[in-house]
Design a protein around this ligand. Sequence first.
Ligand code: ZN
Length: 106
Amino acid sequence: MSNDNPSDKDLGIPDIPMKKAIIVKQSTIRKDTSETKFVLIECEICSKTISMPVPRKIIQNSTLPVTDVTYIHGNPQHAITAQLDVDFAVRRRRTSQIVYEKDYLE
Ligand SMILES: [Zn+2]
């Protein structure tokens, strides 16, 4: 037995394929803090993955297994409601338009 270990290249073994990366714009990545968890979520109205801030308290103080959180964002503004489990995983999501009461006041 030789001590020279042939490399994969020598043996004609192809490189390990790269895992397909989730492409998120650098500007959309925000760092979690002790108070806020940023949840990546697909917004149909934005047509992209956005970083939704979720105050940890909302989930920690919830008595429900799945908690609804609505995030208003974008221009024009619209809303995305995420149903988050105790691990901040998105179980369901829904986008909607916003109607303001102030626009209908006399
Ligand atoms: Zn959006």
